[in-house]
Write a new protein. Structure first.
Length: 357
């Protein structure tokens, strides 16, 4: 009788509230609203007024302020290596995003929220993700591992007794996972991804050209020039920064060869981690992976030559999923549309699934 009453209450709540999926990435945060699709895609950056402690800007607006703010305004990235590093700022950002997507249709019933988290996340980090969403106004909070969500978004048959392998190269972490029967067979979470490539570029330009550039300039350079293959035509870009010797402004010309050299060690680390996961995979599962191929998602999948390099090293076909930047939020949306069917894929809390009410 009690169960029937709970089910009835849940159905009423579902009909009047908004279900929201959040891909809380180190570099970008994407928001999915049940029945509407992806409604928001903004950088995970927040501008804070240090005098008042209040939000000044979030997302794209905050990114334009990066490196250009007065002393009392601080631009921060509240996530580091895929996990929450600044609890209060993350809470304010999520509360802002939830309020923004609910808009004028905001009801008195708080939304259910599904959040994608890196694989291998600790209990403390899981609790932080749940608490930050609860404090931001969520009624219920569900967690799903990002490689699982990416595999669902890539439409891989992870519910079958077949091996599926996915590599998600994000902003803060690279998630490598082999899945079968709705579970992870073996996985690895590597803190080498887009942000590390940016740092590599900053260090390379400082060491080789004696010019100090900011993180945003490094990211723009990476997007335009990064490649791990030999290009038929050389590409170059003018980069402006501060001369580390004179302290005066200076501009230098950076080529794709420079960036290839700058990021080489990080790309090698990713390839070696993928090789390690392959070596740990059971033979029968690996046979399926060899037949089906390895799927590549995340922003790192857009770097020319990464898929070909992995294919050459592993001797297994490597396929870049369609729209790789949105693979995780696409999968999160599919789960959100039918939570009951995908309940077994959610991260458990204290031995049971997160409560519905």
């Amino acid at each position: 009788m009690i169960k029937q009453i709970k089910d009835s209450i849940n159905k009423i709540l579902e009909s009047v509230s908004t279900d929201i999926g959040i891909d809380l990435g180190t570099a970008n945060t994407l928001v999915y609203v049940k029945g509407k699709g992806v409604v928001l895609n903004e950088p995970t950056i927040v501008a804070i007024n240090k005098k008042t402690g209040q939000l000044v800007a979030v997302g794209n607006e905050a990114k334009t302020m990066q490196g250009r703010t007065p002393s009392h305004i601080e631009v921060v990235r509240p996530l580091v290596d895929g996990v929450i590093s600044d609890f209060e700022v993350t809470e304010e950002m999520i509360a802002y995003l939830i309020a923004k997507v609910r808009g004028s249709s905001r009801s008195l019933i708080a939304p259910r929220v599904l959040i994608g988290v890196p694989s291998g996340i600790t209990n403390v980090e899981m609790r932080a993700a749940r608490d930050v969403a609860k404090n931001a106004g969520a009624r219920d909070v569900f967690l799903i591992e990002e490689p699982v969500a990416a595999a669902i978004g890539a439409k891989l048959p992870i519910h079958k007794a077949e091996g599926n392998m996915i590599i998600d190269i994000g902003g803060g972490t690279t998630d490598i996972a082999v899945l079968s029967l709705s579970g992870i067979v073996t996985s690895r979470n590597l803190k080498v991804a887009g942000d590390k490539l940016n740092q590599d570029i900053v260090s390379y330009i400082r060491d080789q050209f004696k010019v100090l550039v900011g993180e945003r300039t490094a990211e723009d350079t990476k997007i335009f020039l990064a490649s791990v293959e030999q290009n038929a035509e050389s590409k170059e870009m003018i980069v402006r920064g501060r001369d580390v010797v004179t302290g005066l402004p200076r501009e230098v010309v950076i080529t794709d060869v420079d960036i290839k050299e700058a990021i080489a060690s990080s790309i090698h680390a990713i390839v070696e981690s993928v090789r390690d996961v392959v070596e740990e995979t059971p033979p029968e599962v690996l046979a399926d992976v060899m037949q089906r191929g390895i799927y590549l998602s995340g922003g790192g999948a857009l770097i020319p030559g990464v898929a070909a390099l992995l294919e050459d090293v592993l001797k297994v076909p490597v396929i870049v999923v369609p729209d790789p930047l949105r693979a995780v939020i696409r999968g999160s949306g599919m789960v959100l549309e039918n939570l009951e069917a995908y309940a077994g894929l959610l991260i458990e809390k204290e031995g049971e699934l997160s409560p519905r009410i």
